[in-house]
Design a protein around this ligand. Structure first.
Ligand code: GLU
Length: 278
């Protein structure tokens, strides 16, 4: 039995790229779970969750089991963070919000943090921590020294090595968000028995960090399927500013959701779109 999942962030309407990912994931998993990644309080909106459910129903992609909502599971992430703190693998970071704003949502593109290590290796100061809101970062060098640098396996048998320079000291929790995308993702994937992670190739740079966290937290290793992205015929990414059609718009225009799902699952894209690697 294979367990896969679809993990959208409720920060906007779903588009063809999400439908493609969901169609592949549903076809690949005997069990296919739905997880709402709503840890970013500034960007997540409950009405988008309704939209996600409507879109998946229209595509004929029912999920198995209960829908998982990350904002309801923050104690699990807190426990994982505490373990890393206790093992001196995480340190508090007092840098500004702008430095770390990108850490809570999945970084489509480049996962390396570019963080210069300002707060790393400082003596712990509980008074300062109590007084000043702070985030927590993984001490990636200490982590690698502890468990090595795990690579990952893709469906089809490919083995990929992680490179230290792609890691950076990833944010694990932010002052206004109890967990970063990376930490919540590995905790939830393990907790719900996900053994096949199906997601866009733009999230591939997240995999070395997530593999490292899995090893540190002694979580099982899933297999990965990083699929090509749906882009406009001229290569532009699907994004609101590019006027990518939302699934809601396609539905309202009378498109047959089941046929679209089957076409996408077989790699057939609607006119004007194509697949491209990230
Ligand atoms: N929530 C992420 C997104 O919206 C997906 C993360 C994942 O599949 O690991 O792209």
């Amino acid at each position: 039995m294979t367990t896969s999942r679809f993990a959208p962030s409720p920060t906007g309407r779903l588009h063809l790229g999400h439908a493609y990912s969901a169609a592949l994931g549903r076809a690949a998993g005997t069990r296919w779970l739905l997880r709402i990644e709503d840890l970013d309080p500034g960007r997540s909106q409950p009405e988008f969750v309704d939209g996600i459910l409507k879109d998946l129903a229209w595509l004929g992609l029912p999920h198995d089991g209960a829908m998982l909502v990350q904002s309801e599971r923050t104690c699990l992430y807190g426990a994982a963070l505490q373990r890393l703190v206790d093992e001196r693998l995480a340190y508090p970071c007092f840098c500004t919000r702008a430095d770390i704003a990108a850490s809570v949502t999945a970084p489509h593109g480049d996962a390396a943090t570019g963080y210069p290590g300002t707060c790393r290796g400082k003596p712990d100061d509980p008074k300062r921590r109590a007084a000043i809101p702070h985030s927590w970062r993984l001490d990636s060098a200490a982590a690698i020294a502890r468990v090595g640098l795990p690579g990952w396996r893709e469906v089809g048998g490919g083995h990929f090595a992680s490179r230290e320079q792609d890691l950076g000291d990833a944010v694990l929790a932010r002052k206004d968000a109890p967990s970063s995308y990376h930490l919540a993702c590995v905790v939830d994937d393990a907790n719900s028995g996900v053994d096949l992670v199906v997601r866009g190739a733009d999230l591939r740079p997240s995999t070395p960090i997530q593999r490292l966290l899995q090893r540190l937290l002694e979580l099982p290793e899933p297999t990965y399927l990083h699929h090509p992205l749906v882009v406009h015929e001229d290569g532009r990414r699907l994004a609101k500013r590019d006027q990518a059609p939302t699934l809601a718009a396609l539905r309202q225009a009378g498109v047959d959701g089941l046929k679209l799902r089957d076409d996408l699952g077989n790699g057939r894209l609607p006119y004007g779109f194509r697949l491209a690697d990230a």
